[in-house]
Design a protein around this ligand. Structure first.
Ligand SMILES: NC(=O)c1ccc[n+]([C@@H]2O[C@H](COP(=O)([O-])OP(=O)(O)OC[C@H]3O[C@@H](n4cnc5c(N)ncnc54)[C@H](OP(=O)(O)O)[C@@H]3O)[C@@H](O)[C@H]2O)c1
Length: 408
């Protein structure tokens, strides 16, 4: 149904774009409009050695109606750069760990002009990467304990397994007056398993970007901001929320959605095991295998399972929603898809219930900690990755991708 769908979808898309102008602005179009405005503005003159710091546009949203439920959403216009610099003028932000998030958040903080230092294991992969990114040993790059000692705000961006492993040596350094920051609720929420029992006399806050650290960085460089969750685990100063919002903006967030540590970690672990990766991979495999068992060629099975989904339909669903997608496809596709979606929902819902339960009870955390703290966890992952790479579906996919117009 590919070509039919796309042609109709595109036609309908431009129709919709024209009618959207006449409609009152919804929360969704406000977000989009704001981002477009941000992207189209020129960068301000203020710059650092690395990049021209992008303009921060003004937006005034606070409480947004999400399908009838009102939620607080902070946005960065309340925190222009001058205010951030003033707010954090006496702070040293000690960013511990320089993986995906450390890299993105650290460089954004530095480009925003804040006093940020990095703490990682000397001569590890992250140490070398930090030097390549311009962090200087002894100046703003230190070993973990030294960085924590120098910091007033300790941003724990080690991998989740490493946060648990290193906690006995880190905890005594988080002294009264410091702030402890996470980008995932994992360690404190599952403290019975991780043993990350936070000190009772410090603010404990969370800013969790809804995307990889690379995206945190690339959106910042484009003058846009990533959506992030913020949450407070412990507020001893009465300023924890304010600090979380300010830090969220400083690391490169555009909109900050208020949640709790528990909800952040439950939804995150659930989502990545479900529709974001695990569930969708399972569905791809099941559909592909049945097509192959019924005599379809690898290319046909792949095109009808993955290629059309990722290249045509999913981006349109992302842009316009599922209701729009149904309307944009043929009546044949629409009839069958609506009928079968309830069958899939009914059979999958118990699996999702089991998954949520497994997350909430800590079973997923235990599995993750046990697996990812093994000495040979990288080698074990590599073996699993090779098995996935070797699956016919992904080998067929490689050939299909090579035939995309942009690759010729
Ligand atoms: N990645 C994402 O997309 C994402 C998105 C939102 C939130 N988060 C959260 O952000 C936090 C950081 O995640 P990440 O993905 O950026 O982490 P990551 O890429 O896995 O970072 C690993 C860092 O931990 C260090 N590390 C690993 N084992 C260590 C040990 N035993 N002792 C000392 N350091 C150790 C590594 O240093 P070496 O190089 O020296 O090994 C590296 O700097 C996590 O809480 C995660 O859940 C991640």
């Amino acid at each position: 149904m590919a070509s039919k769908t796309v042609t109709r979808a595109l036609r309908s898309s431009s129709r919709q774009a024209m009618t959207a102008v006449k409609r009152p602005i919804t929360q969704r179009s406000l977000t989009t409009a704001a981002l477009l405005t941000a992207a189209s503005r020129p960068a301000v003159a203020r710059s650092t050695a690395r990049i021209a710091v992008p303009a921060i546009q003004s937006r005034g949203l606070k409480t947004i109606d999400f399908a009838g439920v009102k939620e607080d959403v902070y946005e960065r216009s309340d925190w222009p750069r001058e205010k951030l610099l003033e707010y954090f003028k006496n702070d040293t932000l000690a960013l511990i760990g320089y993986g995906s998030q450390g890299h993105g958040q650290g460089l954004n903080l530095r480009d925003n002009g804040l006093n940020v230092i990095v703490g990682v294991r000397k001569n590890g992969a992250s140490w070398k990467e930090a030097i390549e990114d311009g962090w200087v040993p002894g100046k703003n790059l230190f070993e973990i304990d030294e960085a924590i000692n120098k910091g007033t705000i300790v941003m724990n961006l080690l991998s989740d397994a490493a946060q648990s492993e290193t906690w006995p040596s880190i905890k005594p350094l988080i002294t009264k007056g410091k702030t402890l920051y996470f980008s995932h609720g994992f360690s404190p929420v599952f403290k019975d398993l991780t043993k990350v029992e936070v000190p009772t006399d410090v603010d404990v806050i969370l800013v969790a970007p809804k995307g990889s650290g690379r995206t945190v960085r690339s959106l910042f460089k484009e003058g846009r901001g990533i959506n992030s969750s913020i949450a407070i685990f412990q507020d001893v100063t009465g300023k924890a929320e304010e600090k979380a919002v300010a830090l969220g903006v400083a690391v490169g967030s555009g909109y900050l959605y208020k949640t709790t540590f528990e909800k952040e970690v439950y939804s995150d672990l659930y989502g990545e095991r479900g529709c974001l990766m695990g569930g969708i991979h399972g569905m791809f495999l099941a559909q592909y295998e049945v097509l192959r068992e019924n005599g379809h060629s690898p290319s046909e099975a792949f095109n009808e399972t993955v290629e059309e989904a990722t290249q045509s339909l999913y981006p349109l669903i992302g842009k316009n929603g599922m209701d729009w997608m149904y309307e944009a496809c043929s009546t044949t596709a629409r009839r069958g898809a609506i009928d079968w979606s309830s069958k899939f929902k009914d059979s999958l819902k118990p699996v999702f219930e089991e998954l949520y339960d497994s997350v909430k009870t800590g079973k997923e955390t235990q599995r993750s900690l046990e697996f990812n703290s093994q000495k040979d966890y990288r080698a074990k992952y590599e073996q699993e990755m090779q098995e996935i790479r070797d699956l016919e579906i992904w080998r067929a996919g490689k050939a299909v991708r090579s035939l995309r117009p942009e690759n010729n």
